[in-house]
Design a protein around this ligand. Sequence first.
Ligand code: ZN
Length: 371
Amino acid sequence: MSITITADFDGGNIEVLSGQGGAWDLAIRPDHNSHYYQWFYFRVDGAAGVDLTLRLTNAGGSAYTGGWENYRARVSTDNADWLCADTSYENGVLTIRHRTDADTLWFAYFAPFDSQRHRAFVAQVKTLPGMAHRVLGQTLDGRDLDLFTLGDGPAKVWLYARQHPGETMAEWWMEGAIAFLPGSDPAAQHLRQAATFYIVLNMNPDGSARGHLRTNAAGVDLNREWGGPTMERSPEIVYVLDAMQKSGVDFAIDVHGDEAIPHVFMAGFEGTPSWSEARAALYQSYLDRLMARTADFQTTYGYDIPGPGAANLAISTNAVAERFTAIAMTLEMPFKDHDDAPEPVRAWSPDRSRKLGETCLLALADIVEAL
Ligand code: ZN
């Protein structure tokens, strides 16, 4: 039986260039109307007993070439449990080598979270006790942008994920947060009494379905639209900013993945004009609580911190911190692994993302009274 390779499904991304036997040359397709690409997700049929050598020939032109150093592609026989595959990067080509007895294999940049799973997630969250649901509006491809609210406390807490659709760990994080927050754990009850939560499980359902790395249906990077979103380019941000304007924001986590840095880290709102020592101290106390609760978070490695007044106010965290005088932050999880607590078989994974979602809320419970 000969091998076939396809990405013709939700979230799929690959172009088949040429191949023979188990050796195939492939390319990652750029986001629609954009030069960004890095996300891949495809299926190989007829793979049983074949030594596969899959070359992603345009990896050297991707958005974050630093993301390929010491990176391992994810492989699955059931499209559900994802393991690390033998992967190398040389001369701009990412090469995945794999041999299996299974006839069908899936490969992906990170464990996918597809539209079907997203729709089932939305339907499930709607049924949870205390959870209110509202469709904020439609995306450019006609999908719902859903907002959930929970709790009745005075602090306004926003949690939103996956502005960058290829960063699927962000929606896995949401699964963990949602499994915890409406439940009976005393810390969850405390959070619901002290705060009202506003939750967007997926900020970019169009880009997710299209198999994009970074942009929406119009090829727009939503996390550069917060200075002036428009209905033509970025209705997702128009809707969410409007809802934030109505609710106010005291504390916000924007959940992401980072291609290059092999750590879990936070990017704060340093460099915003309204940055103050009081808010800096509260932000730091949150990071300290998070670090105390898990070996999966650290503050040594991360992005360079902008100088006073140098923050990019088109980025969500900075825009929200500035507009609402909020404690706002961008959580970054790795595509590679968290090198302070590595996991050799699955590396950073859906399970660890979920666990971190719960831990981020436990840490919030420690400081929520101060918001
Ligand atoms: Zn991102």
